[in-house]
Design a protein around this ligand. Structure first.
Ligand code: HEM
Length: 402
């Protein structure tokens, strides 16, 4: 019987063989140690993420579900209907493809400036120097948080997810970063209250919103803003770097996307499927539910192993292959169901535009692997730093500007 522990160091070094064993030997895996059940097959996770019998009110993060960290009922991602439905109605208009599409030129200009500045140096960090900067800028832009805070936001979000080998869950540094981030956003909310006419973007709508008949109090405003700032900044740089990494590892695919940038969204989606940044999140059983042949009792914790499900051979032929032609009808990289990632259209837009600009100027990047840094955590995995090198004079002239 497999003894699964998401904090185990050997698992964190190389989760894929463990995910494969879970899928085949124990797809609905009960952990007595954590009092939780882990789902690793695509179909089970897909079904469970659509069920109203599971609740987010007990928290969704590994620390909340496995280590007893308190849930946060003021975070939109930890609200059940009807409050969640009302909150999504306020947030969703800002994230529809048509709404985020207005920012295409801004994203392109930011990406171009960063790439052009790197051309003379011959190196660029795709994660920390490009993806993180653009994601944080767009997080601030959409939320209406001061743009000059984007740089500091990158650092605070990285610290928020800080982990130390041998220590389960958030470290002291992560706890300090969380306190600092909440304090920072609380000051922002105080300023909004003092001068509501100056609120922009989503903040203006949050200030004006009435949820279940009442305006949002300060705690609800702060938590909504923190939720959005973190969600928008953390995963995108990892997904962007994973795409570049997958493409440099598949020269035919790299040549194909350089020749035809229309393939870039497919490359991004395939990389996010294979290198799913959010390893898992979960729920608490609100009403007994049958999953994968077992009935889970009320109060039980259920964890969706998104990264395992996205490589399930019952769902994806040759699941470990990076295949530009795959175009799967469904994946779980952005979750599913009521809590499906709100920022997916923004992430897709950022990816397309940034990758178009990147490969137009640097068609043959060489990863500087000795300088790369990887976050190997139980929660969000992926590249924190992914520098690429190239001959400055070899950079090709820009194509298809627009
Ligand atoms: C490649 C980038 C991204 C990935 C891989 C990703 C992944 C995910 C996943 C897996 C969930 C589901 C959580 C669950 O089921 O409990 C989620 C939810 C969410 N994401 Fe993303 N995300 C990305 C980018 C973004 C961006 C750019 C935003 C912009 C604000 C965003 C905002 C959110 C929010 C607000 C939720 C919670 C939605 C809810 O609970 O109703 N994400 N994301």
């Amino acid at each position: 019987m497999i003894d699964f522990d998401p904090y185990d160091e050997a698992f964190l070094d190389d989760p894929l063989p463990v995910y494969a064993r879970l899928r085949s030997e124990s797809p609905v895996h009960r952990s007595e140690r954590y009092g939780a059940t882990f789902l690793s097959r695509f179909e089970d996770v897909w079904t469970a993420t659509q069920s109203r019998k599971l609740s987010v009110a007990g928290g969704i993060t590994p620390s909340q579900l496995l280590l007893g960290a308190p849930a946060n009922p003021d975070m939109p991602s930890q609200m059940d209907p009807p409050r969640h439905t009302a909150m999504r109605a306020v947030l969703s208009p800002h994230f529809r493809p048509g709404a985020v599409g207005r920012f295409e030129h801004e994203i392109r200009a930011l990406a171009r400036a960063r790439i052009e500045a790197a051309l003379s140096v011959g190196r660029l960090d795709v994660a920390a120097g490009l993806g993180a900067k653009i994601a944080a800028h767009m997080a601030c832009r959409i939320v209406g948080f001061p743009l000059e805070h984007a740089e500091a936001l990158c650092e605070r979000v990285n610290a928020f997810f800080h982990r130390r080998a041998g220590h389960r869950g958030e470290t002291e540094k992560a706890a300090e970063a969380a306190t600092a981030l909440f304090g920072w956003v609380a000051e922002f909310v105080e300023q909004l209250r003092a001068e509501p006419a100056r609120a922009t973007g989503l903040s203006a709508d949050l200030l004006a919103a009435r949820i279940e008949g009442r305006p949002l109090d300060d705690a609800a405003l702060v938590n909504a803003v923190v939720n959005l700032l973190i969600a928008a900044s953390d995963t995108f740089p990892k997904a962007l770097a994973a795409t570049v990494d997958r493409l440099v590892g598949a020269p035919d695919a790299l040549r194909a996307v350089v020749r035809d940038p229309g393939l870039l969204p497919a490359a991004f989606q395939e990389a996010v499927r294979l290198e799913t940044p959010t390893q898992f999140q979960g729920r608490t059983v609100a009403e007994p539910i049958a999953l994968g042949g077992r009935t889970l009792a009320k109060g039980e914790r259920v964890c969706f192993l998104f990264a395992a499900a996205n490589r399930d051979p019952f769902e994806f032929a040759a699941p470990d292959r990076f295949d530009l032609a795959r175009r799967p009808p469904r994946t779980l990289a952005f979750g599913n169901g009521l809590h499906l990632c709100l920022g997916r259209p923004l992430a897709m837009l950022e990816a397309r535009v940034v990758l178009e600009e990147l490969f137009a100027r640097i068609p043959e990047p060489v990863p500087l692997r000795d300088e790369a840094r990887f976050a190997r955590t139980e929660y969000v995995r992926g590249w924190l730093r992914y520098p690429i090198g190239f001959e400055p004079e070899a950079a090709s002239p820009p194509r298809g500007r627009g």
